[in-house]
Design a protein around this ligand. Sequence first.
Ligand code: NAP
Length: 445
Amino acid sequence: MQQILDAIMAGDTSQEDFANLTLPESYRAATVHKDEVDMFEGLTAKEKDPRKSIHIEDVALPELGPGEAYVAVMASAINYNTVWTSIFEPVSTFGFLERYGRLSELTKRHDLPYHVVGSDLAGVVLQTGPGVSRWKPGTEVVAHCLSVELEDADGHDDTMMDPQQRIWGFETNFGGLAHIALVKANQLMPKPDHLTWEEAASPGLVNCTAYRQLVSKNGGNMKQGDNVLIWGASGGLGGFATQYALNGGAVPICVVSNEQKAAIARSMGAELVINRSEEDYKFWKDEHTQDPKEWKRFGSKIRELTGGEDIDIVFEHPGRETFGASVYVTRKGGTITTCASTSGYMHEYDNRYLWMNLKRIISSHFANYRESWEANRLIAKGMIHPTLSRTYSLDDVGQAALDVHNNAHQGKVGVLCLAPEEGLGVRNPEMREQHVDAINRFRGV
Ligand code: NAP
């Protein structure tokens, strides 16, 4: 691996020299093990500790197939999907790998007794498989995490609709929390050149997801002036949703759980912020019963902040805990967009408030190829900024995942893979200087 790192760090290595690098037979990676999927049996989700299930070990380099690329991973990031994988909830990801393995001779490679996790990367193309012409060895890239086969017409308008749609590093093997990753070449996108490796790796999955869920016509189709309620506004998804709302002339109403997070939301430019801990909302009286009075109290707070207006779009992801309130506070004809259920996936809401007021619930999941490209383009143009708060080494992926599991983080948590230290990889220092305050907003808080 040292030879690969030296070639990247040299800065003047030719495409030919990159193509001629000898790749190792094995590489270092963060994995979970199939024979350990029952290790947390009997524990609550919160008690399950990713440090116990995530291993850092050498794994064999998989064969390179047509249309694929090996990428030397300089940096990656923690997503909530790595938390789910590491606590084996709601299901073990080995089922995904087994199903994928049954698809074709080539995909059999993914069905292994270990799962290399991680759905983000910034790095350098090392080799490409047959049929790849656009991406050359030595090109600096980021990768989005949409893996599709594109053999079925269902996915031809919107690649998220491909029946063989998978999230790379979650529903496929050979993910980004490693020294080398295997991706489909059409996951690759240019690395924003004003960012460090760890900054460039961090927006990926959540930025693309927030773009589709809020901005795209496939999601909220947000317009100027919309009141957008954003749960977890300083978290992974919410940190980008808040930026999209502000960029697009909408009015974010940011919900967070402490003053530090409220300060981050304000520093992004949000003026309307609700501290849900301070307000002490109790949307559920007990495990089975919601309290509509609390929905109303939440709605009153929103009206107090907006000058009497209700919500046009709710950016939902906490799920069971908040969904009833989200449906209630949406204005007549408004939209609730949902991409997740962190607090539980069996949602309950009062359907009278939905149908009588012609509200719509729109489901959203990651982003299609085009949406991913647009979301990355906005990062590259300095119109949307990374939200990196802290960076760990590859050896500490378990701890990094635990922080996210415990909601003890802000924005995104980065991981250095091959990059020996933070701060490397900036190719356009002038542009960086223009945006440095925004890039560092989540740092050190
Ligand atoms: P994150 O960085 O942990 O941020 C989520 C934020 O939501 C938390 O920081 C917290 O903010 C808030 N939150 C958590 N539980 C809550 C609750 N019970 N009530 C109210 N607010 C709550 O995670 P993320 O990366 O944004 O991901 C959030 C969820 O979306 C995860 O379940 C993830 O798997 C899912 N996701 C889905 C997709 C997709 O494509 N479908 C993509 C990305 C993520 P405060 O404490 O400040 O309120």
